[in-house]
Design a protein around this ligand. Structure first.
Ligand code: F6P
Length: 552
């Protein structure tokens, strides 16, 4: 049971929620341009800095009263207490009876943390040393493949949290990576992906990291077996240990797969998959950029943890980002949030956030087992600017939906093309301005306004956040990811859901285990609906060697 609400009450039955509801009726009628006209200090008032990140949330439907009411609601939901429970290792993942201690993975070396008699901080530091040993050996060339050549290609085989976080971080830290090492990520069970990747590799210079918290995930194990088969075809099965390492909580399954236990890095059930890039699941990142930079990545995240734990709620980046997003979802009916990084190296960040926010808060039952009576996680989507401007921004400017946007940019590039970077930044700031300002009511002369035909008018009044960092570096990336992790946590508290389980993904896995044998020619063990049965039959006809007709 959550302890935040009086027995039988849900968050929406609190007076704080009712007050927000009344306030929202006014706020929905506001013009953002007017909020700026009426408050010369608005930018300063509604922006926050912390852990190397700057958040401008002034282009939103909020005023000081809104913030007071939102913060009061967060308090009514027990945010501070729940935040303490998160950091102190209480079983916040109630349905799986586990803590969610990803913050411990990035705590500084001297921080001692004991849970039920286990010194977890020592275990974390031990695994970091193991990561250091492996990454340094590979980077220095001391770890060679069976032919004596250096390892040149690192392949992370994993899916979901065992793929998205490290893939995103490797892309984001590309300018800091060793040029002699290529990072690859194989996640999909689609053999096209497996084929395309293996065709580009040599077995004697490739290291596979099999990354799976459970080491039971079908897609990962199928790809891992395909990689092992491809490797052993080189005739060097005895050298498997030099080419396969694993990261898992299931060390027994790792050993059964044939990976040397000395090269099996553990992590723990108190690390959720989508929060695991800070654990040994980040090994591919450590190999790419080196352990000192990986430690800087952890330190950046820790700085955000400190900011989140100690800053007042109304000066707290994750809290405000969470509250403003929740405000739109619950009171403005917005169905999605666009993540628009104006930084090519952050191109995988929207996909990472998709899992983080949608797997965490895509829930409809609360911590007390009651139905959630408001909308929960929005659809998270996006891609890099300026590309999006030439694709879907049209819909943002002139479509009919309210789509809040998070613009993300670095002031300084990691390349030398300064003037090109200014063009990028100009577009980023211009889009946020254009979305808010519109091109109808605010033009300098009435004559121009009248001249605008309806089809070219932009209504404006579209809200956005802008997040800036000085440069995208290991520490600012760490802070950025941790910011969204805590934002997700905050929203989970506001919805009173468990942000750390993902029961919804299990059923599809179960049904596929009934369908696969049928595609392989076995008798159905399950009564399907007409559509699914029809699709299975069509696929089976395609596999039938006696069938001369194309099924299509
Ligand atoms: O199917 C969902 C999920 O459990 C994710 O939460 C997780 O990140 C992913 O699968 C991969 O799981 P594992 O690391 O155990 O292979």
């Amino acid at each position: 049971m959550s302890e935040s609400f009086a027995a039988g009450k849900t968050p929406t039955e609190t007076p704080e929620f009712s007050a927000l509801g009344l306030h929202a009726r006014q706020a929905r009628a506001w013009r953002l341009n007017d909020l700026f006209k009426n408050d010369a200090q608005r930018f300063e008032r509604f922006s926050i800095e912390g852990a190397g990140l700057f958040l401008d949330y002034s282009k939103n439907f909020v005023d000081t009263r809104t913030i007071e009411l939102l913060v009061a609601y967060a308090r009514a939901c027990g945010l501070e207490k729940r935040r303490n429970a998160l950091f102190s290792g209480e079983p916040v993942n109630a349905t799986e009876h586990r803590p969610a201690l990803h913050t411990l993975l990035r705590a500084p070396a001297g921080h001692r943390f004991v849970l039920k008699g286990d010194v977890l901080s020592d275990e974390v530091q031990r695994v970091l040393l193991q990561m250091e040993r492996i990454s340094e050996q590979i980077r220095s060339g001391q770890w060679t493949g069976y032919s004596g050549k250096r390892i040149t290609d690192i392949v992370n085989i994993g899916i979901g949290g065992s793929d998205l976080g490290p893939a995103m971080a490797c892309a984001a830290l590309r300018p800091f990576a060793s040029p002699g090492l290529r990072s690859h990520f194989l996640s999909n069970v689609d053999g096209h992906a497996t084929d395309a990747l293996l065709a580009d590799l040599s077995p004697d210079t490739t290291l596979f990291i099999i990354a799976s918290k459970s080491f039971t995930t079908q897609e990962t194990l199928i790809n891992a077996r395909a990689a092992r088969e491809w490797f052993t075809a080189s005739g060097k099965s005895a050298d498997l240990a030099r080419h396969f390492v694993a990261v898992s909580t299931n060390t027994q399954a790792v050993a059964e797969f044939g990976i040397d236990t000395a090269n099996s890095l553990p992590f723990w059930d108190w690390v959720g998959g989508r929060y695991s890039v800070w654990s040994a699941i980040g090994l591919s990142v450590a190999i790419a950029v080196g352990m000192p930079r990986f430690r800087a990545f952890l330190a950046g995240a820790h700085a955000m943890d400190e900011h989140f734990s100690t800053s007042p709620l109304d000066r707290n980046l994750p809290v405000m980002l969470g509250l403003v997003g929740w405000w739109y979802r619950v009171f403005f009916g917005s169905g999605s949030l666009l993540i628009a990084p104006y930084h090519e190296d952050l191109r995988l960040f929207p996909s990472h956030l998709q899992q983080l926010e949608m797997e965490s808060n895509g829930k409809s039952v609360d911590l007390d087992g009651l139905p959630v009576t408001t909308r929960t996680a929005p659809v998270i989507w996006g891609s890099t600017g300026t590309n999006g401007q030439h694709a879907y921004f049209q819909m943002l400017h002139q479509g009919t939906d309210l789509v809040p946007v998070d613009f993300i940019a670095a002031l300084t590039p990691s390349h030398g093309r300064q003037s090109q970077h200014k063009v990028l930044l100009a577009h980023c700031f211009a889009q946020a301005e254009a979305l808010m300002r519109g091109q109808l009511h605010e033009e300098p002369s009435g004559h121009e306004r009248d001249a605008l035909p309806a089809y070219s008018a932009l209504p404006g009044n579209h809200p956005s956040n802008t997040l800036l960092m000085h440069q995208l570096t290991p520490d600012t990336l760490g802070a950025l990811i941790a910011l969204y992790e805590h934002k997700t946590f905050v929203q989970g508290v506001l919805w009173n859901v468990n942000s750390f389980d993902q029961w919804g993904v299990e059923y599809g896995k179960l049904l596929s285990s009934h369908i696969l044998p049928e595609l392989e020619g076995k008798q159905p063990s399950y009564h399907h609906d007409g559509s699914t049965a029809g699709l299975i039959a069509r696929a089976k006809r395609a596999y039938d060697p006696t069938n001369k007709e194309s099924p299509n």
